[in-house]
Design a protein around this ligand. Structure first.
Ligand code: SF4
Length: 339
């Protein structure tokens, strides 16, 4: 918040144009990040199941609901088009619980005029304007630039771990609800990271595609213990708006996540080459409609791919570890042959 105003928190269910929320005097809270960084995320899922959410419902949806109850969130922006098919019903249940929800729809195609219309509708609903939001875009720009610098240090200079890259990019959805602190903390990390010894050039270079996983804290270090590092976190990177854009409408037009797979694929293909990727991990969340996109990724991408599914288990199990090791062994053998 500017000028030490008392923050008026608003939950978000995925990346939304937070510039609009900030210009309306809100402090956005990404409910996913609060859920997954909780010391006991299981209890948040149990809260949802106690209220009737089915066992075969995605853990993120249940976690978001649990956070709303646990933290006493009173307002939530629900993205009902361009993110998750479950959010519509989540919204109705939140309303039932007395939580005010505000819908936001990304258009079905990344058309700047349609994006602008969606953003204007949200701005009007929250009592602000796109001009005011544009000022916030400029204010947030240095924090986003630091996130892009960190990403560069990860894939080009090999001085940043896959988890660090994941964490700072995924946190750029709401800048951990305090962009000033985010910027200061990230700058501190970058000052240290610039002087690190690079990771060895022999390691495997991986792409992580798909929604953030429930066991990210274990997955990235586990890969690094086994001679591989994620140097491309696809969707997390999108949260940081890597393509920028001349104005807020164009920024959220260039953001690929809400739009059809062909737009994500264009970005993925470019980055696979640029980042010299050896293999792909496609994470799919159990009971998520996005898992069907695996069919398209497998057909359209030219590299070996491991599809890894997670549910509500926040640790890698032995079966997942064995599959990861086998995949890495295959990539190492392939790389040896190609040397
Ligand atoms: S993982 Fe899939 S089902 Fe779960 S919240 Fe995200 S988009 Fe929705």
């Amino acid at each position: 918040m500017k000028n030490n105003e008392h923050p008026k928190y608003i939950g978000i269910t995925t990346t939304v144009p937070i510039e609009i929320l900030l210009s309306a005097g809100y402090s956005p809270l990404d409910l996913n990040n609060i859920f997954v960084s909780d010391t006991n995320p299981d209890r948040l899922i149990r809260l949802a199941e106690k209220d009737g959410f089915p066992l075969n419902c995605c853990a993120w949806i249940k976690g978001i609901y649990g956070v709303c109850l646990d933290k006493g969130i009173s307002e939530v922006i629900c993205v009902t088009s361009g993110d998750c098919s479950n959010t519509q019903m989540l919204r109705e249940v939140l309303n039932l619980k007395g939580i005010c929800t505000i819908p936001f729809d990304f258009p079905t195609e990344p058309n700047p005029a349609e994006v602008k219309a969606s953003l204007s509708k949200l701005a009007l609903r929250l009592g602000t304007t796109l001009e005011a939001a544009e000022e916030w875009r400029k204010t947030l720009s240095p924090a986003r630039e630091l996130a892009h610098r960190l990403d560069y240090l990860c894939y080009a200079e090999n001085k940043v771990s896959g988890f660090e890259d994941h964490y700072w990019l995924v946190s750029s959805s709401d800048f951990n609800s305090d962009y000033v602190k985010y910027q200061a903390d990230l700058q501190k990390l970058l000052n240290t990271a610039e002087n690190r010894t690079p990771y060895p050039p022999t390691e495997l270079r991986l792409a992580y595609l798909g929604v953030p996983s429930v066991f990210g804290q274990e997955l990235y270090p586990y890969l690094e213990q086994n001679g591989a590092r994620v140097v491309f976190n696809e969707i997390q990177r999108q949260f940081s708006l890597p393509k920028g854009g001349a104005d807020i409408s164009r920024s959220y037009t260039a953001y690929t996540y809400p739009y059809p797979m062909e737009y994500r694929l264009r970005d993925i293909r470019t980055q696979l080459t640029k980042r010299r990727i050896d293999g792909i991990i496609h994470y799919v969340q159990a009971f998520c409609h996005r898992a069907i996109g695996d069919i398209i990724l497998r057909q359209k991408l030219p590299l070996p791919m491991l599809t890894l599914e997670g549910n509500a288990d926040f640790h890698l199990n032995q079966h997942q570890k064995t599959r990861l090791e086998a995949f890495l062994d295959m990539l190492k053998a392939k790389k040896q042959i190609n040397l």
